[in-house]
Design a protein around this ligand. Structure first.
Ligand SMILES: [Zn+2]
Length: 106
């Protein structure tokens, strides 16, 4: 399988990080896919942590889920809602971070 450079169109190996012809970074463009902060935040309403699954941040997804469950166990639904709200804000911020990181890679 080959990857075509988006800058010069040269063929490169699939695992190549940079274009052999012009040196353009291939990985950053390949992985670049803008995430939507509101989608990420909103997914946590379905299952706490699902917003991080969307971002492929699995440890943070698990942590978010645990935070909300522990919140519910300790403080009932009020603390669970507060924890869920914090998780939503967190995943919103993380989405922004991931997007700006991807843009820097370009
Ligand atoms: Zn190139």
């Amino acid at each position: 399988m080959v990857v075509y450079c988006t800058k010069c169109g040269a063929e490169n190996q699939n695992d190549a990080k940079y274009c052999q012809n012009c040196g353009e970074s291939l990985k950053a463009k390949e992985n670049y896919e803008e995430k939507r902060p509101l989608v990420s935040a909103g997914l946590n309403l379905l299952i706490a942590g699902l917003g991080f699954v969307y971002l492929k941040e699995y440890p943070k997804a698990l942590l978010s889920f645990v935070i909300v469950v522990i919140g519910a166990l300790i403080g009932g639904w009020i603390l669970a809602i507060i924890a869920l709200f914090l998780v939503m804000v967190w995943s919103y911020i993380e989405t922004d971070k991931i997007n700006s990181k991807s843009m820097d890679g370009n």
